[in-house]
Design a protein around this ligand. Structure first.
Ligand SMILES: [Zn+2]
Length: 358
């Protein structure tokens, strides 16, 4: 059996995700990412020819180009992710954790530790293909499920070879509490865990806090899901967060990111914790905003550990620069497992196990 991987977008920079896996005469598209920067045009979707599309999660760089695809193309995603599809787009359910048949291919999903309703995808073709979508081991609220073995691993390397633990990130964020802060965040991702952390910090430090209603609604959704779809031991914290009102004129404000600008927040300093668009990079360079990462992607040692756990022989670091220096670092981290080809074919026999790939 041969498996052909074609990375239409997402290789070599932090770009929209779109990967085709072709096997058994079928072509599956993993994610349909849209532009990360307003005004950018997407070209990967031109004349894309696939049998079905699977969406890992609802962030724009993974779901934003669904409207560019044919309306009748079968589309699979979890019910929560379906809330972010274009209006009236038909879809079929992916389990949050489970197995289903897509075009004759067994697809396994598991929790990716990154966002509400987000999953990783494993395809039982060849000696296994694993696609992490966006993934993280360190979320305070979203669990990460151990995936089945896979010879080919397409992994979230959004942070490059950065490897700072979340505890160090949180410590660095807390150093900014000397001034009024607004945190614009994705409401289905880190917003949920930041809400729980900020409540604890605000109560310990006697600071006032307001949490965006969208983030509160998503916390309620998470609490209503089966308990195995969230980290153990957090239910009381979520219940407390939902019961706690917003403080008037709060010093700390956790807000659903709507392209907030410093001008919109004259009384607060904007503290960003994720990917910065070029406009925001310029604001940071000009000293108009602050930035400190809150980990929501795999850091280097976790990506490395995941590659080993999968038994992967070909590991593609996605969504990151692959300039010469980065390539050297990835070589050191992944050795002969490193694969940076936009297109490659792996062959396996039915009797072989891992390591038989050409
Ligand atoms: Zn994401």
């Amino acid at each position: 059996m041969s498996v052909r991987i074609e990375i239409l977008s997402g290789l070599g920079d932090k770009g929209p995700a779109a990967i085709v896996v072709e096997t058994q005469g079928k072509r599956l598209l993993l994610d349909a990412g849209g532009a990360l920067h307003p005004g950018d045009t997407i070209t990967w979707a031109n004349q894309v020819d696939v049998d079905a599309v699977l969406i890992s999660h609802d962030h724009i760089d993974h779901i934003g180009s669904v409207a560019e695809l044919a309306d009748n193309l079968p589309l699979y995603c979890t019910p929560l992710v379906a809330n972010s599809l274009p209006k009236n787009r038909l879809w079929r359910p992916l389990p949050e954790r489970g197995t289903l048949d897509v075009e004759g291919i067994t697809v396994t999903t598991g929790q990716a530790g990154h966002s509400l309703g987000g999953v990783w995808l494993h395809l039982a073709v060849g000696n296994g293909v694993f696609y992490s979508g966006d993934a993280c081991f360190e979320s305070l609220v979203f669990p990460f499920d151990t995936p089945p073995k896979a010879a080919i691993a397409l992994l979230d390397a959004s942070y490059g070879t950065f490897d700072q633990p979340q505890s160090a990130c949180l410590h660095a964020i807390s150093k900014h509490f000397t001034q009024p802060l607004a945190f614009p965040v994705p409401a289905t991702g880190r917003g949920l865990e930041m809400a729980l952390w900020l409540i604890e910090e605000a109560e310990t430090r006697e600071l006032t806090l307001a949490i965006d209603p969208d983030i509160r609604a998503n916390l309620a959704t998470l609490l209503a899901m089966p308990a195995t779809l969230r980290r153990p031991g957090i239910d009381a914290c979520i219940t407390h967060a939902l019961a706690r009102g917003n403080d008037e004129n709060a010093t700390l404000r956790l807000v659903n990111d709507r392209d907030d600008t410093p001008e919109q927040w004259p009384d607060h300093r904007l503290l960003h914790t994720g990917y910065l668009t070029p406009v925001r990079q310029a604001q940071l360079a000009a000293g108009e905003i602050s930035w400190q990462r809150w980990n929501v992607h795999l850091r280097a040692s976790h990506l490395q550990a995941l590659a080993v756990q999968l038994g992967a022989t070909q590991v593609v670091p996605l969504f990151t620069s692959l300039n010469d220096q980065a390539l050297n670092e990835w070589c050191t981290l992944l050795g002969t497992r490193l694969c940076t080809a936009p297109m490659f074919t792996a062959h396996s026999s039915n009797h072989s196990s891992l390591g038989s790939f050409a």
